[in-house]
Write a protein that binds this ligand. Structure first.
Ligand code: UD1
Length: 283
């Protein structure tokens, strides 16, 4: 993505109607330590793609954005019309800046037809257990960490804060199964291929929030495992609660998440147990 010539070559060789852009870095903690890397990868990557798309007259784009663009919510659930931009981390700012850039280009050239999907917290894995998340860095999201503790690769899960204003004091998130996220992209693609939109934004979530403790308990129950945890201080930049109003995607894209929180835990665990070393071959 950082090499415009390589992207250009792909467009010159193939007849492309639409692009789904997933390629970006997404670890909040890392983005605070290596901001330039995040700005370089996330911003230059999309700029190169847009340059190539414009050159080859490919104007249909589905972009992976994030609920992080909303910053600390002033009310819940979050709708697509809520304010964006007051963001506490660099990763989130790259998504926000890109959304603003996409608004600008679609204003300047009416050929653009763009959907930015604001993902809430994607978890789970493909039901086959063959495709899943394999964190290679020390910055790990909650579910992969729970799973690594359950399988014995990590001794204990650290819960970041138990003094939030939530039912049990731990943070609330809207977890969405990655396969529901995938069907959300297909729905978005169908929409941009059949209608003139300019630019549109959609939340992809389930509309329901779960606390960290609730997620641990469901994971333990459905997978019959133990996840020891300790309560630690809040993580810098973390938000207390976040969940989506998903009605716009339902109405416009005719899409709705169908997998349960139990499916998310079960499918992630299947991936983890079938591939204890992720994509790496056994050492
Ligand atoms: C963040 C971003 C999200 C982004 C994602 C990718 C926000 C609001 N969300 O999600 O847009 O796509 O990162 O990296 O910025 N937790 C623990 N212990 C752990 C890990 C997490 O207690 O070891 C807690 C967190 O405090 C939080 C919840 O689990 O309450 C989920 O955290 P995580 O999976 O890291 O995702 P977010 O920070 O919500």
């Amino acid at each position: 993505m950082l090499n415009l010539d390589s992207i250009d070559e792909i467009f010159s060789k193939h007849s492309i109607n639409a692009v789904i852009h997933f390629a970006a870095m997404k670890a909040v903690g890392e983005s605070m330590q290596l901001p330039l890397l995040y700005y370089k990868n996330n911003m230059i990557g999309i700029i190169n793609l847009l340059i190539a798309m414009e050159k080859y007259h490919v104007y249909n784009l589905v972009f992976s954005s994030s609920c992080t663009v909303y910053g600390e919510p002033s009310k819940l659930p979050l709708t697509e019309y809520d304010h964006t931009g007051n963001i506490s981390n660099v990763y989130g700012r790259t998504k926000y800046f890109i959304e603003e850039m996409l608004k600008d280009i679609s204003k300047a050239d009416l050929n653009w037809n763009i959907i930015a999907l604001r993902y809430f917290n994607p978890v789970g894995a493909h039901v086959s257990g063959k495709i899943g998340e394999d964190p290679t860095k020390k910055f790990t999201n909650l579910m992969p960490y729970i799973s690594q503790v359950a399988i014995g690769k990590k001794p204990v899960l650290e819960i970041y804060g138990s003094d939030y204003d939530t039912v049990d004091g731990t943070g609330v998130r809207d977890y969405i199964h990655v396969m529901d996220l995938a069907t959300g992209h297909i729905a978005a693609l169908k929409k941009i291929m059949s209608e003139r939109l300019g630019i549109k934004f959609y939340n992809l979530g389930t509309g329901k929030g779960w606390t960290v403790l609730q997620l641990i308990s469901i994971f333990e129950k459905v997978n019959k495992v133990k996840v020891p945890f300790v309560i630690k201080a809040r993580r810098v930049g973390d938000i207390s609660s976040m969940y989506a109003d998903v009605s716009l995607a339902e109405t416009d894209l005719k899409w709705k998440a169908s997998r349960t929180i139990e499916d998310m835990c079960r499918d992630f665990w299947r991936w983890q147990t079938l591939n204890p070393n992720g994509y790496k071959t056994k050492l």
